[in-house]
Design a protein around this ligand. Sequence first.
Ligand code: BES
Ligand code: MN
Ligand code: ZN
Length: 483
Amino acid sequence: MIDIRFSADRPQDADVLVIPVGEGGADAGALGIAQGAMVAGAAKSARFEGKAGQSFSTFAEEDGTAVRVLLVGTGKDGFDKAGGAISAQLLTSGAKHASLKADGLSAEQAAEIAYGAKLRSWRIDTYRTQLKDHEKPSLNALTLVGAPDGTEDRWTRLDAIAEGVAFTRELVSEPANIIYPESFVERARAKMEPLGVALRVLDEPEMEKLGMNALLGVSMGSEKPGRLLALEYMGGKDGEKPIVFVGKGVTFDTGGISLKAPQGMEDMKWDMGGAGAVAGAMTAIAGRKAKANVIGICGLVENMPDGKAQRPGDVVTSMSGQTIEVINTDAEGRLVLCDALHWAQETYDPEYIVDLATLTGAMLISLGHEQAGLFSNDDGLADKLTAAGKTSGDPLWRLPLGKAYDKLLDSPIADMKKVGPRSAGSITAAQFLQRFIHDGVKWAHLDIAGMAWADKDSATAAKGATGFGVRLLDRLIADNFEG
Ligand code: BES
Ligand code: MN
Ligand code: ZN
């Protein structure tokens, strides 16, 4: 990712001058360059109107040399999008060091531009050994010139969040031969111990002792042992109950014995997107030294078909004591979550618990790739999350829960079956989870199946892993649980 710097004057080695432009388009006098009138006119004829994320690239003469100029539109309040446009336009453009005219901005606006630029500059080139020079990123720094007092403080905070988003994207993008339960834990350790996060790791024998047969049932078909990872960050008051996040971390989902069709199965490397979001959110929250007690729990398993794998029709006893009839082994996420949720409540006694999971394909049918599904037993928590979704840019839409849906999980042999009928598949999955929520605990479930991965670029992310959930959870904490 690019490096963000601050300076009073334009750096000598800057090879592009970036100028933010608000809605309505470029005003010749406000551009701050000798040929302002010409550039403003050119931008206008190219239909550049200063809309959020819009850009216009040109050259202008300065002391006898041609200077590369990039106008980026901030719209009314799209400073992060404008920042995203800087990286999208310049990352592989040959430009190495961009200088941003930040003197006309507020501290918040300037920091948001830096944030968008950093987020949009993330990419994973680990396995590209044949990149031609012109395909490699050239841009390595963005210097904010003349930013007002307070910009650097705001940036420190946003930088921590960008690091969290990047970590989630990394975990989600890595293939399943690289990121599996044990290696997920080791990456989380390397990232988070330096930030003051304590790790607690349960291996399979320990989970067996605790009776986590639902989670372990999924893991049985895999050569890779499962793990339950707890990330503990206690930045709040002593004795204050923590907020707990729980993520589905299926490092690869073949479907198990109810094997998925081959077409697109490779996508299931990102079936750990919930756990990835939790790890990224903990990175952000600890990184910016939030004044809150927050626990992140990742249920990590691989769902494989094998002679030892779980069968449809098996009955397992979860840690809560409730028995579950396994119908389709491809509905594995809820088995992982039910034990993780139960253990989380027993261990940390939270007032609030929020789980995130790429849980159901049905979610893509109902909400597509525009917002994640939100389910909750508490209107207050649902409102807090919805609000955090709007301000963070990770939007949520609430869906219902209710007795009639719950009844669809009745089983002829066990306390419940794992899947209901095809209709309302995302809701019955949430209903299943709710059966493991203790009385009085405020709980929300976020089905992020459509949001963890994107097939097209957005303002602040290239196509691929989005990092969905990190900014949302960070906002939830910042707006409701600090101070
Ligand atoms: N990980 C999948 C859900 C999923 C599918 C996420 C496609 C993103 C894209 C989950 O484990 C799964 O397979 N769910 C099944 C449940 C069904 C068997 C009740 C599904 O949605 O088809
Ligand atoms: Mn599945
Ligand atoms: Zn899955």
